[in-house]
Each structure stands twice: as structure tokens, then as C-alpha cells.
Design a protein around this ligand. Structure first.
Ligand SMILES: *[C@@H]1O[C@H](CO)[C@@H](O)[C@H](O)[C@H]1NC(C)=O
Ligand SMILES: *[C@@H]1O[C@H](CO)[C@@H](O)[C@H](O)[C@H]1NC(C)=O
Ligand SMILES: *[C@@H]1O[C@H](CO)[C@@H](O)[C@H](O)[C@H]1NC(C)=O
Ligand SMILES: *[C@@H]1O[C@H](CO)[C@@H](O)[C@H](O)[C@H]1NC(C)=O
Ligand SMILES: *[C@@H]1O[C@H](CO)[C@@H](O)[C@H](O)[C@H]1NC(C)=O
Ligand SMILES: *[C@@H]1O[C@H](CO)[C@@H](O)[C@H](O)[C@H]1NC(C)=O
Ligand SMILES: [Zn+2]
Length: 487
């Protein structure tokens, strides 16, 4: 009887062990965030995207998202990762002049380490409690240190590296037996890279969109094959859209400036001008005088629109030139023939190039959003929301208390299933409860058996005590007798 119960116990502990070991997954909620750079919100309309449509209609989607100013890659990816406006996280452009460093900053730790208050979701996830591991598969800024620490898993950006391997690696991180990631950010540089050279309407971009549909299908098929579909939440987003611009709409602004009186940084449509001392007013006035005629706008730092949340930062330039939507500036005059050379096409007035970075109020700059997973509602369309709100959404999915940020909780409430726990968690809790009850019952049985045995002993003692003189000493001796007998 006793050994049978011991066996039962051993089996139960083995079952508990199996429960946590078999699929080597994190015990924390799991989230994958996927970004397709420059995937415009309405690419769905013009293309046949069966895999993306399937995900879109299985879970939650929005017609578009509202991103942040300027609608460039690094500022927007970092806003997605932090819930902060550009002026707060400090990545105010894909390149910019930093007056503290006194040089132009391009992608590097300097770009992202604006200050220590900026905590991206991957850092927050790892620091919150033990056994949370984050992964960055080429996410812009994901492989740098924050708060002087690297995350567990990260792969720096490598242009053109195999897309299927990116997915395979990300899923391997999630299923790692020792440090299973519960958050992975995955980045794909298309259709942005080729979109700049060929324009968003080109057959090249159309093919890339189909290729991205295929990789979407690949990701979700692999989740299914690994029995992860109801364990992993997946959010698909992009950083911005793209619009087509042709050479007749390239505007030369250097012709209004004097060489040697300023520095510049950035790219169309947003060129940052850093005048040398004493030239501020001259440069601003010269640019302003030509702006209306030539389809661009010029802003002093004091004139930046408040709703951009861009100017309150040392890195925001003293003067910003913004081409009107559909126009581009000097950098494209220079790079257009380079694209033609690189990709072997003839540059004409009809050639189209892709540009983004305009005000986020331009619909062509809008990104897309769709999400599926155990914590996400099914077959629901939500209103367009702001990309600053994504950080809170990630936090709620990951069971993390969000750090102070610029987003709201409203989209999270509409997107997520309201009961506090996902189905998988409920199953885990139920199985756990059953196991616990079994353990308690066995312990109760063992305890009862021991009590019965002890009761029998006491009864025997009492019987002995009846037969022998009723003294305390005798009782002790009798007990002692029994004890040795028992041993
Ligand atoms: C992706 O493309 C490959 C090659 O064309 C094809 O074999 C595969 O079925 C596609 N996968 C999906 C999910 O569309
Ligand atoms: C290209 O466009 C510019 C500006 O509109 C125009 O001056 C030029 O003649 C055009 N060139 C050709 C070859 O059409
Ligand atoms: C802009 O115009 C000026 C003056 O004509 C010229 O020197 C400069 O090369 C032009 N810039 C570009 C990018 O073509
Ligand atoms: C502009 O000025 C810089 C130095 O300030 C000089 O090196 C460069 O050659 C000048 N370019 C032209 C086109 O004059
Ligand atoms: C470039 O394009 C031309 C015309 O389309 C073609 O004849 C030529 O072979 C191409 N060259 C390369 C290096 O692809
Ligand atoms: C954005 O959030 C940061 C961090 O909490 C805060 O300092 C800043 O004032 C916020 N900006 C706006 C416009 O609310
Ligand atoms: Zn981008």
C-alpha cells in the first residue's frame, strides 16, 4: 500500500516535470512582433495576398495606423518599441546632427542611447522578472545595449539575408530549452529597399509584397507545425507607407543657399539644416522666400507643429525643410542616377522613386496592423489607432506593467480578449490544480495511514499498560519496548 502511494507521487512529479519540459516554452506570455518596412496600409487592396488576408480576418486588424513624425524608419520603429514620441526617445531621423556629439549620427548605439529613461519593450521584458528572454531579429536598434545590457537573443541587421532563416531562428529562440524567448521582434527591410529605387507602384514592389505574403504564410505554418498557434501572439505592423515621386518633382534647395554656411542631414522629404553661427536668419529667409513657388515648406525650431512632438529635443534641427507630398529634395536628385546605375534602368522623367517621411497626416504614409493569438480577439476590425499605443498593447499581452509613455490603453481594450487569462493559461492552471489536488489527496492518505498505525500502537500501549502496573515509568518502558519492536 505504502509503496503504491510512493509510486503515485513519483508519477505525479514526473507529470509535472513533463508539463514544463516537453515543449520548452517560456512560462510567460509569448509575443512575436513582425515589421515589414514600408508596407503601406492599402497594399492589401491592389494585391492578392492570401496568407496575409487569412491572418487579417482570423484575428484583429485596423484599416491603418497613425504613425509619428517624421515617417522614417528608425524614428518609427523606436516609437513602436517604446511608446514614445520622437522628441522623447531621441531618434528624430534616420540620421541627424547631435549638437552634444558635434557630428552627424547615423545608425549606431549613439543614435539610440539618447538617455537612460528610454526603455524599449525588449529590455523591459527581460528586466521585469526571471526567465523572461527577449530576441531581436534585425529589428532597428534591437542589437544595441540599453541600460548597459544586451538582450539574450539578437541578430544584427544584414541586408538581403535569407528571410526563411530569420523566421526559423526566431522560432528556435522561442523554443530554446534553456532560455526560451517570450518576446521576439522580427524585421524585414522590404518593400522599402527596392521601393526607394523603383517606387511603390512598380512590378518589383508588387513581387516583393507577394514574397512578404509568402513569408507571412511560412511563419504561421511553422507556428502551426510546432503546435504554437494557440500559445504565441503575433502582431504584424509596418513603420510607414511610401509614395511615388518622379524627377520633374525633385526640388533643388541648395541653389538658395551659400556653400559653407551650413551643415545638413537627413533625406527627402525632410532635410535638416544646421546653419553655422550667424547664418540662421539668412538661411531661413532665403529658403522661405522660394518655398511657396517650389513646393516645400521651411520651419524654424520654434515653428515645429506641437502635434509632431518632434522639436523638444537637442537633436531636432534649427531649420527643417519639408517637401510637399509628392515632391522630393536634393538628395534624390543625387541618388536617382545612382539607383539607375545600380539597378540598370534608364532614368527618365517618368521614372518613379519611393519616398516617405512626410507628415503622418498623409494617408500614403500610413502603416498597417493585424494580430492573431491566444490573447487576441477573433474576426474583429478595430478603428485606426496610433503607433504610440502599440507599446502598451505589447505590455498587456506580456503581463508587464508599462513604463511611462505617450500611448493610451484604448486599443489594447479593443484588441485583447477581456478575461484576464488566455485559454492556454487556463488549461495550465487547471492541469496544475488537478495535479496539486492529487498530491494533497495522496499526502492525506499517507498521513491517515500513519495516524491509523500510530493509533494501533497507542492502543497496543494501552493494552500493555493495563496488563502491567500503571506507572509513568512503566508507560515509558512499554513505549520504548514498542518502539524497538517497530524498528
Ligand atoms: C511560398 O512559396 C513557395 C515557393 O513558391 C511555395 O512552395 C510555398 O507553398 C509558398 N508558401 C506559402 C505559405 O504561400
Ligand atoms: C523632364 O521634366 C523637366 C521638368 O518638368 C522638363 O524641363 C524636361 O524637358 C523634361 N525632359 C524630358 C526629356 O521630357
Ligand atoms: C542645385 O543647383 C545648384 C545651382 O544651380 C547646383 O550647383 C547644384 O549642383 C544643384 N544641386 C543638385 C543636387 O543638383
Ligand atoms: C563647398 O564648401 C566646401 C568647404 O566649405 C568645399 O570643400 C567644397 O568644395 C565647396 N563646394 C562647392 C561646390 O563649392
Ligand atoms: C542592362 O539593361 C540593358 C537593357 O535593358 C540590357 O541590355 C543589359 O544587358 C543590362 N545589363 C546588365 C548588366 O544587367
Ligand atoms: C511623453 O512621455 C514622456 C515620458 O513619460 C513624458 O516625459 C512626455 O512629457 C510625454 N509627452 C507628451 C506630449 O505627453
Ligand atoms: Zn521604413
Amino acid at each position: 500500500m505504502f509503496s503504491f502511494i510512493m509510486w503515485l507521487l513519483v508519477l505525479q512529479f514526473f507529470a509535472i516535470f513533463l508539463l514544463f519540459q516537453v515543449n520548452c516554452l517560456s512560462k510567460h506570455p509569448i509575443l512575436i512582433v513582425v515589421s515589414y518596412d514600408a508596407f503601406r496600409y492599402n497594399f492589401f487592396e491592389s494585391e492578392e495576398l492570401p496568407n496575409m488576408e487569412e491572418v487579417r480576418h482570423r484575428g484583429v486588424y485596423a484599416d491603418h495606423l497613425i504613425n509619428v513624425f517624421p515617417t522614417k524608419t528608425f524614428p518609427n520603429h523606436h516609437t513602436i518599441a517604446t511608446g514614445l514620441y520622437t522628441e522623447v526617445h531621441g531618434v528624430i531621423g534616420n540620421s541627424f546632427y547631435d549638437p552634444l556629439l558635434k557630428r552627424i549620427v547615423t545608425i549606431s548605439p549613439d543614435m539610440y542611447n539618447y538617455n537612460d529613461n528610454v526603455i524599449p519593450i525588449w529590455r523591459l521584458n527581460e528586466d521585469f522578472e526571471d526567465e523572461r528572454y527577449s530576441g531581436s531579429m534585425m529589428w532597428p536598434g534591437g542589437d544595441f545595449f540599453y541600460q548597459n545590457k544586451a538582450i539574450t537573443w539578437s541578430m544584427p541587421f544584414h541586408s538581403g539575408s535569407d528571410w526563411y532563416k530569420r523566421i526559423d531562428q526566431a522560432l528556435a529562440w522561442i523554443q530554446d530549452p534553456f532560455k526560451p524567448a517570450n518576446l521576439v521582434m522580427i524585421y524585414f527591410e522590404e518593400p522599402d529597399t527596392h521601393g526607394h529605387a523603383f517606387g511603390p507602384n512598380s512590378p518589383t514592389v508588387k513581387n516583393l509584397i507577394k514574397k512578404l505574403d509568402n513569408i507571412t504564410g511560412y511563419l504561421h505554418q511553422k507556428l502551426k507545425d510546432n503546435d504554437l498557434t494557440d500559445k504565441v501572439n503575433v502582431i504584424h505592423v509596418s513603420d510607414h507607407g511610401m509614395t511615388a515621386v518622379s524627377p520633374p518633382k525633385f526640388v533643388n534647395i541648395t541653389q538658395y543657399l551659400t556653400n559653407g554656411t551650413y551643415e545638413w542631414a537627413g533625406a527627402s522629404p525632410a532635410i535638416q539644416i544646421i546653419p553655422h553661427d550667424g547664418y540662421e536668419d539668412g538661411i531661413y529667409n532665403a529658403l522661405k522666400a522660394e518655398s511657396e513657388k517650389h513646393n516645400y515648406k521651411v520651419y524654424k525650431k520654434s515653428e515645429y507643429l506641437t502635434r509632431w512632438h518632434y522639436g523638444n529635443n537637442r537633436r531636432a534641427p534649427p531649420i527643417l525643410v519639408m517637401a510637399n507630398v509628392g515632391y522630393a529634395l536634393d538628395d534624390l536628385i543625387i541618388s536617382a542616377p545612382k539607383y539607375a546605375l545600380k539597378y540598370n534602368f534608364t532614368l527618365t522623367n517618368q521614372s518613379e522613386f519611393g519616398v516617405h517621411g512626410y507628415d503622418y497626416t498623409d494617408p500614403e504614409m500610413h502603416p498597417y496592423f493585424m494580430a492573431v493569438g491566444p490573447k487576441i480577439k477573433q474576426k474583429v476590425k478595430v478603428n485606426p489607432f496610433h503607433t504610440i499605443d502599440l507599446f502598451n498593447l505589447f505590455c498587456v499581452i506580456l503581463d508587464l506593467p508599462p513604463t511611462k509613455n505617450n500611448g493610451t490603453m484604448l486599443p489594447s481594450n479593443e484588441i485583447l480578449i477581456q478575461y484576464g487569462y488566455a485559454t492556454s493559461t487556463i488549461i495550465m492552471i487547471s492541469v496544475g490544480a488537478v495535479v496539486l489536488v492529487l498530491v494533497l489527496i495522496s499526502m492525506a492518505v499517507i498521513f491517515t495511514l500513519m495516524l491509523i498505525k500510530r493509533q494501533q500502537n497507542i492502543t497496543t500501549t494501552a493494552a500493555l499498560n493495563k496488563r502491567f502496573p500503571q506507572t509513568f515509568q512503566n508507560y515509558i518502558e512499554a513505549q520504548h519496548l514498542l518502539d524497538t519492536e517497530e524498528a
